[in-house]
Design a protein around this ligand. Structure first.
Ligand SMILES: CC(C)(COP(=O)(O)OP(=O)(O)OC[C@H]1O[C@@H](n2cnc3c(N)ncnc32)[C@H](O)[C@@H]1OP(=O)(O)O)[C@@H](O)C(=O)NCCC(=O)NCCS
Length: 332
């Protein structure tokens, strides 16, 4: 595998131009492979590894069923390069420059396998610096969760979220209790007090209700976790950018809704008027993140209170927008 050139590897992808950003550094990940710092041939214990990280059963099934697609030297060499980028080149301010091209067609779960290959080593490194194994497991659980969600939303075994899951494996995002916390730098959307400073971007995985008690515990644990493990970050703010923060939800959902309770914690700093919020993906399993128009409302079959409220709101000409808010740490 380590003898392959970059151009050899490009023969297995649909759109070689999308990988051009990887060309200049490609030689640098070669020694990384030879030194065996990258864990690739894990196929035999794949199911066990998925279970160790608590993957949804459907994700484990898909990963196991498609594992032979991984068994191609050029696919593995590209994956090794991606692993090297994540492990050696990731920075929260510039990670998008790493490039996350579409996976090779013969291995659509490319990013999931590559990240799982890295998970053992990163998990051992996190354990060595005293990070609770339960945090590591809950964090890497998201690899399987994203495989399951892609299948549920698009009906196919694929994963294009290399740009998202790299945060987890690079050690910049942790799931601590109910919520995920991404160590980042605030921008103008987070308001003048936070802009330019380190902050913790809060993400809400789909995994049961968003109760006040669960969130309280999560914010408190995250504050202690970051002070213990990343004191130099000096993060003073939690931030969140999500459809969940659109204040219109407080008008269309019942007073005792967890979403309404959650959004009231935040001081709103920015409302994005011209960008899709992903609400149809998160609430109706319809693709809605790439600027696609909202689905035909007649094709939706609303069942829950939120689904009914959203359909009524869109029928009346309303929208759910992505909204950013902040909480000063110590004050959630
Ligand atoms: C965030 C989340 C956990 C909130 O769920 P919750 O705690 O049940 O929220 P609420 O108490 O406000 O729910 C009020 C009502 O809306 C429903 N509801 C909430 N979120 C829903 C969702 N994503 N899809 C469908 N219905 C939903 C609830 O079932 C409830 O209706 P019901 O009384 O008829 O059962 C849930 O929306 C979720 O899992 N979302 C996916 C992840 C996400 O959106 N993350 C943010 C990405 S930017």
């Amino acid at each position: 595998m380590d003898g392959l050139t970059f151009d050899d590897c490009l023969r297995v992808v649909d759109d070689p131009r999308a990988y051009e950003g990887w060309r200049d550094d490609f030689g640098r990940s070669g020694p990384y492979v030879v030194d065996s710092r990258v864990d690739l041939p894990f196929v035999a214990d794949l199911a066990d590894r998925c279970r160790d990280f608590g993957f949804p059963e459907r994700a484990t099934e898909l990963l196991v069923a498609h594992r032979e697609t991984w068994d191609h030297p050029a696919v593995q060499r590209l994956a090794a390069h991606y692993q090297w980028l994540v492990a050696e080149r990731y920075h929260p301010g510039t990670y998008l420059h790493l490039g996350f091209p579409a996976p090779p067609p013969q291995c659509r779960l490319f990013y999931a396998y590559a990240l799982l290959g890295l998970a053992g080593r990163v998990g051992a490194e996190q354990a060595a610096v005293g990070i609770d194994a339960a945090v590591t497991v809950a964090t890497f659980w998201d690899i399987g969760q994203q495989v399951m969600l892609h299948d549920r939303i698009h009906g196919e075994a694929d994963l294009r979220k290399g740009w998202w899951l790299c945060h987890h494996l690079a050690g910049w995002l942790f799931r601590i209790g109910r919520l995920q916390f991404h160590r980042r730098f605030a921008d103008d959307h987070h308001g003048p007090a936070a802009a330019g400073r380190a902050f913790l971007d809060v993400h809400i995985p789909e995994d049961g209700p968003l109760t006040r008690a669960g969130c309280d515990a999560s914010f408190a644990r995250a504050t202690r976790f970051m002070a213990e493990h990343f004191p130099d970050d000096d993060a003073r703010w939690f931030g969140c950018s999500s459809w969940l923060l659109d204040p219109v939800l407080a008008e269309i959902l019942p007073e005792d809704s967890n979403i309404v309770d959650f959004q009231r914690r935040f001081q709103i700093t920015h409302i994005e008027e011209g960008w899709p919020s992903g609400v149809f993906e998160f609430v109706f399993d319809r693709p809605d993140l790439d600027g696609a128009a909202p689905p035909d409302l007649h094709t939706l079959a609303p069942v829950t209170t939120l689904q009914r409220a959203i359909v009524d709101h869109y029928r009346a000409g309303g929208r759910i927008r992505p909204v950013t808010g902040v909480i000063e740490i110590g004050d959630p």
